[in-house]
Design a protein around this ligand. Structure first.
Ligand SMILES: *Cc1c(COP(=O)(O)O)cnc(C)c1O
Length: 403
């Protein structure tokens, strides 16, 4: 049995996937078979340090033993009830996530994009009911270079041609303004504006941070104009940036948190919209739903994922290890490097040239990074990563950036 498994080479796996799977990604050519903590092992037995963490979905590290135990135990008990019936995990999940966020209500979904869609629905209905916006006129302000997921509504307000091309017609009701430009937000607001949808750090766009004070000004502007501030913290939330939420860096509490990814530690898709009663209260029976949303398996795993975050002090680890890593990356001197930036363990090395060859060189040395937006190497290892592993990763960066 094992001989056939070993006989299948990396190229065989890739050939089969390319023959049968749609080509909507351009992955690095390694085939992962196992993972533990911050490390993954490919089908040939070679180990790599994961510096992407499934876009921050495995903040707690791969195959965390506590999450594994919870997953197996809950899977043996009950996995799915649908919301036609109640289950014994949903209430506790909502209470614990609501408390973690300092909010009153939770609406569970599965993927990030679904949570964003849910927030859009909530904001529009809230706008009609609370602000008296005229029928079908609600407007949401979003930002250039945003990434909020891949549904047709969401890509409809993307500024990235690759995400939109030939997928129209798109839903109206969104306007884009430059990221970090408070005057542009103010100018775009009118009576029909029900919400501003923002990533507090634009990760997919290349780990772009707004100017200091912007989120605070935005929060004040939204409060003054009776507009919901909706923070898409699907990637930045739950410790990634060295705070529980990226909004915390400016002391801002949005009206709506949109969460996903690390909410289940990479085990099982769990997303959620977390907000006040007056916002999520707009949903009555029949107005919204999801077959798998709020299922007991997902809720049990997410509850344990939140406890791991707390018990292993992953937010603090992200802050200290991230600060150290950023300092090390800043000391790299190479003509190809244009800028180094980051917050917590969300770091980026921006180049003057395509980042892909550098990611491939790092892969050869056992460090897995993926370029984003062509010229940016994003580094976001699991928050459990050991300092000695980061030291080793920095050595590999030094080797790649001295050639
Ligand atoms: C990943 C991501 C999403 C989409 O989440 P999916 O689970 O892939 O649908 C939305 N917003 C942000 C900021 C993300 O990083």
């Amino acid at each position: 049995m094992t001989t056939t498994a070993i006989a299948e080479s990396t190229t065989d796996y890739i050939a089969r996937e390319d023959a049968w799977g749609a080509h909507n990604y351009h992955p690095l050519d390694l085939v992962i078979a196992e993972a533990q903590g911050a490390w993954v092992t490919d089908v040939g037995g070679r180990r790599y340090l994961d510096c992407l963490s499934a876009y921050s979905a495995v903040n707690q590290g791969h195959c965390h033993p506590r999450l594994l135990r919870t997953m197996v135990q809950q899977a043996a008990r009950v996995t799915l009830t649908s919301r036609a019936f109640r289950n014994d995990q949903l209430g506790a999940f909502c209470e614990e996530l609501g408390a973690l966020c300092g909010m009153e209500m939770v609406l569970p979904m599965n993927t990030g994009a679904e949570a964003v869609e849910t927030a859009i629905k909530a904001a529009r209905r809230w706008g009609y009911r609370t602000k008296g916006i005229a029928h079908d006129q609600a407007q949401i302000i979003a930002f250039d270079n945003n990434f909020h997921g891949r549904t047709t509504t969401i890509v409809g307000f993307s500024s990235e041609p690759a995400y939109r091309e030939q997928f129209g017609p798109f839903a109206p009701g969104f306007v884009l303004v430059p990221f970090g430009d408070i005057d542009a937000v103010r100018a775009a607001m009118n009576h029909n504006t029900c919400a501003v949808l923002i990533e507090p750090i634009q990760c997919e766009a290349g780990v772009l941070m707004p100017p200091d004070g912007f989120l605070r000004e935005l929060s004040a502007l939204c409060a003054r104009e009776q507009v919901l501030l909706m923070a898409d913290e699907i990637q930045t939330g739950l410790g990634r940036t060295g705070a529980l939420f990226a909004c915390d860096h400016e002391g801002v509490t949005p009206d709506v948190y949109i969460l996903g990814k690390a909410l289940s530690g990479g085990f099982y898709p769990v997303s959620a919209v977390v907000s006040r009663r007056d916002v999520l209260g707009v949903f009555g029976p029949g107005s919204h739903g999801s077959t798998f949303g709020g299922n007991p398996l997902g809720c049990a795993v997410a509850r344990e994922a939140m406890r791991v975050l707390h018990d292993e002090q992953l937010v603090q680890r992200s802050a200290t290890e991230g600060a150290w890593l950023l300092e090390q990356l800043r000391s790299l001197r190479h003509p190809a490097i244009r800028a180094v930036r980051g917050r917590g363990l969300m770091c980026a090395v921006e180049l003057h040239e395509p980042a892909r060859p550098y990611c491939e060189a790092l892969q050869q040395r056992g460090v897995l990074c993926k370029e984003t937006h062509g010229t940016v190497i994003r580094l976001s290892p699991p928050l459990v990563v050991a300092r000695r592993d980061l030291e080793w990763a920095v050595e590999q960066f030094r080797a790649v950036f001295t050639r």
